[in-house]
Design a protein around this ligand. Structure first.
Ligand code: ADP
Ligand code: MG
Length: 267
């Protein structure tokens, strides 16, 4: 119910609505409410919004944004979820103003995202829009995966063009070739995110979509700084493998000795 919350101010502007900080009156705790003006949306977009609720509500993991509640208010659909005080990872990286992250920080962000993604995939959910703008940071700087607006259960196909919002920096080679989205496409996006953590830049960047897609298909990117360790740089290359079969699944990556050891350090 809308009355259960006190709206405190806008924290973000999404593609289909606004995101507000709110206080739950019952216990004074902070929450985020994503308000989606459903009447303004096409049938398909309305389906996406309801889909986000359905998927988010079914997930429970320490590295996935926790869903609390949803309700209809006026012409809008409101989704109540965990408040991430440090905003999104995109903003946090921009705030570095070019100063590279220390390597342990890169591993920490990567592993937290990987643990969340492994859980999502184990629930047979594909995120389909992983990017630094959809990774949120708690007050303790822990990464939570959010924004399940275009997520789908594995095996349910939807048209590729539907996920195209903004510049498709995270588009995988198979999507460029109009082949279906699969868990390895999420792993490619994870590779793009890791690259950003190491360089503060996108692996593939161009002035227009056509040029960007050519670069992605060619697969060449400037290597991250040699100040980062070899295992880290090799992981970037592995995740950005053009062939899906070469790209590890989330489970395979966590089973890798180096990565498994890093994950154990975090636990
Ligand atoms: P969209 O589908 O419209 O991209 P998002 O769920 O990604 O919507 O939210 C848009 C923006 O709102 C984010 O980039 C972020 O700045 C802010 N935001 C979203 N969820 C949260 C949250 N749980 N905590 C804090 N800020 C959030
Ligand atoms: Mg988003």
């Amino acid at each position: 119910m809308a009355d259960d919350y006190e709206m405190l101010g806008k924290v973000g502007q999404g593609s289909f609505g606004s995101v507000f900080k709110a206080r739950r009156r019952a216990d004074g705790s902070l929450r985020v409410i994503k308000v989606i003006e459903v009447v303004a949306l096409s049938r398909r977009e309305q389906e996406d919004a309801l889909n986000e609720v359905k998927i988010l509500a079914s997930l429970r993991h320490e590295h996935v944004v926790r869903y609390d509640d949803s309700f209809v208010t006026g012409d809008a659909l409101a989704i109540v979820m965990e408040y991430c005080a440090h905003g999104d990872l995109h903003g946090a990286l921009r705030a570095r103003a070019g100063k590279l992250l220390p390597e342990p920080q890169v591993w920490r962000y990567l592993l937290q995202t990987l643990l969340g993604l492994h859980y999502i995939h184990s629930q047979r959910v594909l995120h389909r829009d992983l990017k630094t703008m959809n990774l949120f940071l708690t007050s303790r700087d822990t990464v939570l995966i959010g924004d399940f607006g275009v997520a789908r259960l594995m095996g349910t196909h939807t048209h590729f063009a539907r996920t195209m919002v903004g510049t498709p920096f995270y588009l995988s080679p198979e999507l460029c070739e109009n082949r279906p989205y699969n868990d390895k496409s999420d792993m490619w996006a994870l590779g793009c995110i890791l690259y950003e953590l190491c360089t503060l830049a996108h692996p593939f960047d161009a002035a227009n979509h056509g040029a960007l897609i050519l670069k992605i298909i060619r697969g060449k990117f400037p290597p991250p700084s040699a100040d980062y360790s070899k295992p880290l740089r090799e992981l970037v290359t592995l995740l950005l493998s053009r062939k899906e079969a070469r790209r590890p699944s989330a489970g395979a990556l966590l089973a890798h000795p180096t990565i498994g050891a890093k994950a154990a350090e975090l636990a």
